[in-house]
Design a protein around this ligand. Sequence first.
Ligand code: NAP
Length: 299
Amino acid sequence: MTTNANAAGTWQLGDRTVNRLGYGAMRTMSRSDGTPSDRDQVIGVLRRAVELGVNHIDTAAFYFAGPRSANELINTALRPYPEDLVITTKVGPGRDSSGAFHQVTTKDGLRGQVEENLRQLGLDRLEVVNLRIGQGLDRGTDSLRDRFEALAELQQEGLIRHLGISNIGADHLKEAMAVAPVVCVQNQYGLTTRREDDALIELCAEHGVAFVPFFAIGASVPGASPFAPADETGTDVVAEVARAHDATPAQVRLAWTLHRGPNVLAIPGTGDPAHLEENVAAAGLRLTDEDLSRLDTIG
Ligand SMILES: NC(=O)c1ccc[n+]([C@@H]2O[C@H](COP(=O)([O-])OP(=O)(O)OC[C@H]3O[C@@H](n4cnc5c(N)ncnc54)[C@H](OP(=O)(O)O)[C@@H]3O)[C@@H](O)[C@H]2O)c1
Protein backbone atom coordinates (compact mmCIF):
# COMPACT_ATOMS: atom_id res chain seq x y z
CA MET A 1 0.00 0.00 0.00
CA THR A 2 1.30 3.45 -0.86
CA THR A 3 2.32 5.81 1.90
CA ASN A 4 2.15 9.20 0.19
CA ALA A 5 -0.62 11.68 0.93
CA ASN A 6 -0.95 12.46 -2.77
CA ALA A 7 -2.43 9.02 -3.48
CA ALA A 8 -5.98 10.34 -3.10
CA GLY A 9 -5.37 13.23 -5.47
CA THR A 10 -5.54 16.95 -4.87
CA TRP A 11 -8.09 19.73 -4.38
CA GLN A 12 -7.90 23.49 -4.81
CA LEU A 13 -8.39 25.70 -1.78
CA GLY A 14 -8.69 28.85 -3.84
CA ASP A 15 -5.36 29.19 -5.61
CA ARG A 16 -3.62 26.70 -3.29
CA THR A 17 -3.39 23.01 -4.22
CA VAL A 18 -3.51 20.49 -1.38
CA ASN A 19 -3.36 16.72 -1.20
CA ARG A 20 -6.77 15.45 -0.14
CA LEU A 21 -5.24 13.49 2.73
CA GLY A 22 -4.12 16.05 5.33
CA TYR A 23 -3.54 16.20 9.07
CA GLY A 24 -5.39 17.71 12.06
CA ALA A 25 -3.20 19.13 14.82
CA MET A 26 -5.72 18.87 17.68
CA ARG A 27 -4.16 15.61 18.85
CA THR A 28 -0.68 17.07 19.18
CA MET A 29 -1.34 18.51 22.66
CA SER A 30 -2.76 15.50 24.48
CA ARG A 31 -3.05 11.77 24.25
CA SER A 32 -6.49 10.15 23.99
CA ASP A 33 -6.57 9.80 27.81
CA GLY A 34 -6.13 13.59 28.16
CA THR A 35 -2.54 13.50 29.49
CA PRO A 36 0.01 15.80 27.82
CA SER A 37 1.59 14.48 24.64
CA ASP A 38 5.28 13.62 24.34
CA ARG A 39 6.66 16.84 22.83
CA ASP A 40 9.47 15.22 20.83
CA GLN A 41 7.14 12.54 19.54
CA VAL A 42 4.52 14.95 18.20
CA ILE A 43 7.18 17.19 16.65
CA GLY A 44 8.39 14.03 14.91
CA VAL A 45 4.83 13.22 13.82
CA LEU A 46 4.41 16.69 12.27
CA ARG A 47 7.72 16.42 10.39
CA ARG A 48 6.94 12.90 9.23
CA ALA A 49 3.50 14.00 8.01
CA VAL A 50 5.13 16.55 5.73
CA GLU A 51 7.71 13.98 4.56
CA LEU A 52 4.80 11.72 3.64
CA GLY A 53 3.30 14.41 1.43
CA VAL A 54 0.84 16.04 3.82
CA ASN A 55 0.52 19.68 2.77
CA HIS A 56 -2.75 20.60 4.49
CA ILE A 57 -2.62 20.94 8.28
CA ASP A 58 -5.55 22.09 10.38
CA THR A 59 -4.96 23.94 13.65
CA ALA A 60 -6.27 26.67 15.99
CA ALA A 61 -4.83 29.01 18.61
CA PHE A 62 -7.33 27.50 21.05
CA TYR A 63 -5.69 24.09 20.63
CA PHE A 64 -3.70 24.22 23.83
CA ALA A 65 -3.68 21.95 26.85
CA GLY A 66 -1.40 22.16 29.86
CA PRO A 67 2.06 22.95 28.54
CA ARG A 68 1.28 22.21 24.86
CA SER A 69 0.08 24.50 22.06
CA ALA A 70 -0.60 23.04 18.62
CA ASN A 71 0.47 26.26 16.87
CA GLU A 72 3.76 26.40 18.77
CA LEU A 73 4.45 22.75 17.97
CA ILE A 74 3.74 23.33 14.26
CA ASN A 75 5.97 26.40 14.29
CA THR A 76 8.81 24.54 16.01
CA ALA A 77 8.50 21.41 13.89
CA LEU A 78 8.00 22.90 10.45
CA ARG A 79 9.46 26.42 10.12
CA PRO A 80 10.71 27.45 7.64
CA TYR A 81 7.50 26.13 6.14
CA PRO A 82 7.57 24.24 2.84
CA GLU A 83 6.16 26.40 0.03
CA ASP A 84 3.33 24.00 -0.71
CA LEU A 85 2.15 23.76 2.92
CA VAL A 86 -1.31 25.19 3.63
CA ILE A 87 -1.99 25.69 7.34
CA THR A 88 -5.69 26.19 8.02
CA THR A 89 -6.74 27.73 11.30
CA LYS A 90 -10.05 28.68 12.85
CA VAL A 91 -11.41 31.56 14.87
CA GLY A 92 -14.62 32.11 16.81
CA PRO A 93 -14.11 29.99 19.90
CA GLY A 94 -11.87 31.62 22.48
CA ARG A 95 -10.41 30.18 25.67
CA ASP A 96 -9.40 31.93 28.85
CA SER A 97 -6.33 31.06 30.88
CA SER A 98 -8.26 28.34 32.74
CA GLY A 99 -9.05 26.72 29.38
CA ALA A 100 -12.81 27.54 29.49
CA PHE A 101 -14.39 28.27 26.09
CA HIS A 102 -16.34 31.37 25.11
CA GLN A 103 -17.52 32.72 21.77
CA VAL A 104 -15.66 35.61 20.17
CA THR A 105 -18.05 37.56 17.96
CA THR A 106 -16.81 41.16 17.80
CA LYS A 107 -14.74 42.58 14.98
CA ASP A 108 -11.90 43.46 17.36
CA GLY A 109 -12.07 40.07 19.02
CA LEU A 110 -11.82 38.25 15.69
CA ARG A 111 -8.92 40.47 14.60
CA GLY A 112 -7.18 39.61 17.87
CA GLN A 113 -7.61 35.90 17.17
CA VAL A 114 -6.24 36.25 13.63
CA GLU A 115 -3.23 38.19 14.96
CA GLU A 116 -2.70 35.57 17.69
CA ASN A 117 -2.55 32.82 15.03
CA LEU A 118 -0.15 34.89 12.91
CA ARG A 119 2.16 35.40 15.90
CA GLN A 120 2.07 31.80 17.10
CA LEU A 121 2.61 30.33 13.65
CA GLY A 122 5.22 32.94 12.68
CA LEU A 123 3.39 33.98 9.50
CA ASP A 124 2.59 37.30 7.82
CA ARG A 125 -0.58 35.92 6.30
CA LEU A 126 -2.83 32.99 7.20
CA GLU A 127 -3.56 30.73 4.22
CA VAL A 128 -7.07 29.68 5.30
CA VAL A 129 -9.14 30.90 8.25
CA ASN A 130 -12.38 29.16 9.16
CA LEU A 131 -15.04 31.06 11.07
CA ARG A 132 -16.34 28.47 13.53
CA ILE A 133 -19.81 29.07 14.91
CA GLY A 134 -22.00 27.35 17.49
CA GLN A 135 -21.18 26.05 20.93
CA GLY A 136 -19.26 22.79 21.17
CA LEU A 137 -20.66 20.38 18.59
CA ASP A 138 -24.06 22.14 18.47
CA ARG A 139 -24.31 24.01 15.21
CA GLY A 140 -25.61 27.49 15.70
CA THR A 141 -28.58 28.79 13.78
CA ASP A 142 -27.67 32.44 14.23
CA SER A 143 -26.50 34.63 11.35
CA LEU A 144 -22.76 34.59 10.68
CA ARG A 145 -22.89 37.63 8.38
CA ASP A 146 -21.31 40.25 10.68
CA ARG A 147 -18.51 37.92 11.77
CA PHE A 148 -17.79 36.76 8.24
CA GLU A 149 -17.75 40.37 7.01
CA ALA A 150 -15.20 41.14 9.72
CA LEU A 151 -12.96 38.34 8.42
CA ALA A 152 -13.50 39.45 4.82
CA GLU A 153 -12.13 42.87 5.85
CA LEU A 154 -9.03 41.22 7.30
CA GLN A 155 -8.71 39.32 4.03
CA GLN A 156 -8.84 42.62 2.14
CA GLU A 157 -6.09 43.90 4.42
CA GLY A 158 -3.91 40.96 3.40
CA LEU A 159 -3.88 39.13 6.74
CA ILE A 160 -5.84 36.16 5.34
CA ARG A 161 -5.60 34.48 1.95
CA HIS A 162 -8.78 32.38 1.92
CA LEU A 163 -11.87 32.01 4.09
CA GLY A 164 -13.86 29.00 5.26
CA ILE A 165 -16.62 28.25 7.75
CA SER A 166 -17.06 25.53 10.34
CA ASN A 167 -19.80 23.78 12.30
CA ILE A 168 -22.44 25.12 9.93
CA GLY A 169 -25.55 24.25 7.91
CA ALA A 170 -26.46 24.91 4.27
CA ASP A 171 -28.04 28.30 5.04
CA HIS A 172 -24.79 29.48 6.61
CA LEU A 173 -22.88 28.49 3.49
CA LYS A 174 -25.25 30.49 1.30
CA GLU A 175 -25.06 33.45 3.69
CA ALA A 176 -21.24 33.40 3.76
CA MET A 177 -20.88 33.02 -0.02
CA ALA A 178 -22.92 36.21 -0.45
CA VAL A 179 -20.23 38.06 1.57
CA ALA A 180 -16.98 36.60 0.20
CA PRO A 181 -15.69 33.45 -1.53
CA VAL A 182 -15.69 30.35 0.72
CA VAL A 183 -13.02 27.73 0.01
CA CYS A 184 -13.96 25.14 2.65
CA VAL A 185 -16.54 23.93 5.11
CA GLN A 186 -15.26 22.05 8.16
CA ASN A 187 -17.94 19.99 9.92
CA GLN A 188 -18.20 16.91 12.07
CA TYR A 189 -18.98 14.03 9.70
CA GLY A 190 -18.16 10.37 9.23
CA LEU A 191 -19.48 7.00 8.16
CA THR A 192 -21.77 6.80 11.18
CA THR A 193 -22.02 10.45 12.16
CA ARG A 194 -23.95 13.45 10.87
CA ARG A 195 -24.95 11.79 7.62
CA GLU A 196 -27.43 14.63 7.11
CA ASP A 197 -24.39 16.43 5.69
CA ASP A 198 -24.42 14.14 2.63
CA ALA A 199 -26.49 16.88 0.96
CA LEU A 200 -24.16 19.63 2.18
CA ILE A 201 -21.20 17.83 0.58
CA GLU A 202 -23.03 17.99 -2.75
CA LEU A 203 -23.91 21.65 -2.26
CA CYS A 204 -20.24 22.36 -1.52
CA ALA A 205 -19.20 20.43 -4.64
CA GLU A 206 -21.60 22.48 -6.80
CA HIS A 207 -19.81 25.62 -5.62
CA GLY A 208 -16.25 24.24 -5.77
CA VAL A 209 -16.03 24.31 -1.97
CA ALA A 210 -14.03 21.69 -0.06
CA PHE A 211 -15.86 19.72 2.64
CA VAL A 212 -13.44 18.84 5.43
CA PRO A 213 -14.82 16.40 8.00
CA PHE A 214 -13.54 16.26 11.54
CA PHE A 215 -13.88 13.23 13.82
CA ALA A 216 -13.94 10.92 10.78
CA ILE A 217 -12.23 8.28 12.93
CA GLY A 218 -12.94 9.33 16.51
CA ALA A 219 -15.77 10.58 18.74
CA SER A 220 -18.82 9.89 16.64
CA VAL A 221 -21.47 10.83 19.14
CA PRO A 222 -22.50 14.49 19.21
CA GLY A 223 -21.49 15.85 22.60
CA ALA A 224 -18.94 13.09 23.22
CA SER A 225 -15.59 14.05 24.64
CA PRO A 226 -13.22 15.16 21.91
CA PHE A 227 -10.79 12.73 23.45
CA ALA A 228 -13.10 9.75 23.02
CA PRO A 229 -11.41 6.80 21.37
CA ALA A 230 -12.13 5.56 17.84
CA ASP A 231 -15.79 5.12 16.91
CA GLU A 232 -17.13 1.61 17.56
CA THR A 233 -20.39 1.91 15.58
CA GLY A 234 -20.70 -0.72 12.86
CA THR A 235 -17.45 -2.29 14.00
CA ASP A 236 -18.13 -5.72 12.46
CA VAL A 237 -18.77 -4.49 8.95
CA VAL A 238 -15.92 -2.00 9.05
CA ALA A 239 -13.57 -4.70 10.37
CA GLU A 240 -14.62 -7.15 7.63
CA VAL A 241 -14.03 -4.59 4.89
CA ALA A 242 -10.71 -3.73 6.52
CA ARG A 243 -9.62 -7.37 6.59
CA ALA A 244 -10.45 -7.82 2.92
CA HIS A 245 -8.02 -5.01 2.08
CA ASP A 246 -5.39 -5.89 4.68
CA ALA A 247 -6.21 -2.52 6.20
CA THR A 248 -7.36 -1.24 9.59
CA PRO A 249 -10.84 0.01 10.58
CA ALA A 250 -9.49 3.56 10.92
CA GLN A 251 -8.17 3.38 7.35
CA VAL A 252 -11.54 2.17 6.09
CA ARG A 253 -13.32 5.06 7.82
CA LEU A 254 -10.89 7.55 6.30
CA ALA A 255 -11.02 5.98 2.84
CA TRP A 256 -14.82 6.00 3.04
CA THR A 257 -14.85 9.76 3.61
CA LEU A 258 -12.47 10.30 0.70
CA HIS A 259 -14.83 8.26 -1.50
CA ARG A 260 -17.69 10.67 -0.73
CA GLY A 261 -16.52 13.05 -3.44
CA PRO A 262 -13.47 14.75 -4.91
CA ASN A 263 -14.11 17.85 -2.78
CA VAL A 264 -13.89 15.90 0.50
CA LEU A 265 -10.57 16.35 2.31
CA ALA A 266 -9.42 14.28 5.30
CA ILE A 267 -7.64 15.79 8.34
CA PRO A 268 -7.21 12.84 10.72
CA GLY A 269 -5.53 13.79 13.97
CA THR A 270 -3.00 11.66 15.80
CA GLY A 271 -0.02 11.99 18.08
CA ASP A 272 1.00 8.41 17.35
CA PRO A 273 3.66 7.85 14.66
CA ALA A 274 2.27 4.45 13.64
CA HIS A 275 -1.26 5.86 13.32
CA LEU A 276 0.08 8.67 11.15
CA GLU A 277 1.65 6.17 8.72
CA GLU A 278 -1.61 4.23 8.66
CA ASN A 279 -3.72 7.32 8.08
CA VAL A 280 -1.58 8.55 5.21
CA ALA A 281 -1.65 5.09 3.66
CA ALA A 282 -5.46 5.28 3.68
CA ALA A 283 -5.11 7.78 0.82
CA GLY A 284 -4.24 4.80 -1.37
CA LEU A 285 -7.04 2.51 -0.17
CA ARG A 286 -9.57 1.97 -2.96
CA LEU A 287 -12.91 0.65 -1.75
CA THR A 288 -15.03 -1.35 -4.19
CA ASP A 289 -18.66 -0.57 -4.99
CA GLU A 290 -19.57 -3.63 -2.93
CA ASP A 291 -17.55 -2.33 0.04
CA LEU A 292 -19.28 1.03 -0.22
CA SER A 293 -22.74 -0.58 -0.34
CA ARG A 294 -21.95 -2.71 2.70
CA LEU A 295 -20.61 0.28 4.61
CA ASP A 296 -23.70 2.28 3.67
CA THR A 297 -25.87 -0.24 5.52
CA ILE A 298 -24.39 0.99 8.81
CA GLY A 299 -24.26 4.67 7.87
N1 NAP B 1 -13.81 22.66 13.24
C1 NAP B 1 -13.99 22.06 14.39
O1 NAP B 1 -14.86 22.41 15.15
C2 NAP B 1 -13.12 20.91 14.78
C3 NAP B 1 -13.47 20.14 15.89
C4 NAP B 1 -12.66 19.06 16.21
C5 NAP B 1 -11.54 18.77 15.45
N2 NAP B 1 -11.22 19.55 14.39
C6 NAP B 1 -10.04 19.25 13.55
O2 NAP B 1 -10.26 18.00 12.94
C7 NAP B 1 -9.12 17.17 13.15
C8 NAP B 1 -9.58 15.72 13.11
O3 NAP B 1 -10.24 15.36 14.32
P1 NAP B 1 -9.51 14.39 15.33
O4 NAP B 1 -8.12 14.85 15.59
O5 NAP B 1 -10.45 14.16 16.44
O6 NAP B 1 -9.25 13.10 14.43
P2 NAP B 1 -10.10 11.82 14.18
O7 NAP B 1 -9.66 11.51 12.88
O8 NAP B 1 -11.51 11.83 14.24
O9 NAP B 1 -9.73 10.85 15.38
C9 NAP B 1 -8.68 10.99 16.24
C10 NAP B 1 -8.81 9.92 17.31
O10 NAP B 1 -8.62 8.66 16.71
C11 NAP B 1 -7.33 8.14 17.10
N3 NAP B 1 -6.67 7.70 15.87
C12 NAP B 1 -6.11 8.45 14.89
N4 NAP B 1 -5.62 7.67 13.91
C13 NAP B 1 -5.88 6.40 14.29
C14 NAP B 1 -5.61 5.14 13.70
N5 NAP B 1 -5.00 5.03 12.54
N6 NAP B 1 -6.03 4.03 14.39
C15 NAP B 1 -6.66 4.12 15.56
N7 NAP B 1 -6.95 5.29 16.18
C16 NAP B 1 -6.55 6.42 15.53
C17 NAP B 1 -6.59 9.26 17.80
O11 NAP B 1 -5.74 8.79 18.83
P3 NAP B 1 -4.14 8.71 18.68
O12 NAP B 1 -3.60 10.09 18.89
O13 NAP B 1 -3.77 7.76 19.77
O14 NAP B 1 -3.84 8.18 17.31
C18 NAP B 1 -7.74 10.05 18.37
O15 NAP B 1 -8.23 9.42 19.56
C19 NAP B 1 -8.55 17.68 14.47
O16 NAP B 1 -7.22 17.28 14.68
C20 NAP B 1 -8.73 19.15 14.32
O17 NAP B 1 -7.66 19.68 13.56
C21 NAP B 1 -12.01 20.60 14.03
